[in-house]
Design a protein around this ligand. Structure first.
Ligand code: 5RP
Length: 216
């Protein structure tokens, strides 16, 4: 089975976790695109929060009920893709530049479920690591970070500059602390295992499930 079929399998398994009445965060990307279709087919009475304008547009077009994430305090579930999944449970996200909103949504959910095809499984994380940076002082922030290049894409919906860090990412806990304490960094794409409840991986024609520290 190819990558797309594996994405669809994982996404369909993710969609099965949604129950009537839930408030559910929706990630961004091609795997999430399959999720949206599967959710629309289920026709549940659920409310959704989108992590990007593209997810919002696609979800609305499929008839899902999407609410802004400014008055909801809590989500029952969030489902999203990832660029890399290490055995330790650390993720790299932000290939679509949406990692800031994706992390906020994941952190607000009781259960954060990651849906990926098998190509996303890695023994060790590797660069590039997506970043969102403040536009103010961008040259100084890039100099401070080192090994970082702006990505040639539009600003985030929150006005941030999307960039990628090409340095060593083999110690994600230390790097995450360093990036979080660097002025000018809005958010980085490292997601810690304690944020992740489970990872649903499409492998061939089956879905394998891994559970991590964020499991409720
Ligand atoms: C967007 C993300 C995506 O979840 C990640 O890039 C995976 O995308 P895809 O499902 O298209 O492979 O983090 O910011």
């Amino acid at each position: 089975m190819g990558e797309l079929q594996e994405k669809e399998l994982a996404a369909r398994a993710g969609a099965e976790l949604v129950r009537e009445g839930m408030v559910v965060g929706l990630g961004t990307g091609s795997t999430v695109a399959f999720l949206l279709v599967a959710l629309a087919q289920r026709g549940l009475d659920a409310v959704y929060v989108a992590t990007s304008p593209s997810t919002q547009r696609d979800a609305l077009a499929l008839g899902l009920v999407v609410k802004p994430f400014d008055s909801l305090e809590h989500l029952d579930l969030a489902i999203d893709g990832a660029d890399q999944v290490a055995e330790s449970g650390w993720l790299i996200k932000g290939g679509g530049g949406a990692h800031t909103r994706e992390k906020i949504v994941a952190a607000a959910a009781t259960r954060f479920v990651v849906i990926v095809d098998s190509s996303k499984l890695v023994s060790e994380l590797h660069a590039p690591l997506p970043l969102e940076l403040h536009a103010f002082g961008i040259a100084a922030t890039l100099e401070h970070l080192g090994s970082t290049r702006r990505r040639d894409v539009a600003r985030s919906p929150d006005g941030g500059v999307i960039a990628d860090f090409y340095g060593d990412v083999s110690d994600p806990a230390t790097l995450a602390r360093r990036l979080s304490s660097t002025p000018g960094v809005v958010e980085h794409g490292l997601f810690a295992p304690d944020l992740v409840s489970e990872v649903l991986v499409g492998v061939g024609d089956e879905v394998r499930r891994r559970t991590y520290g964020g499991a409720p």
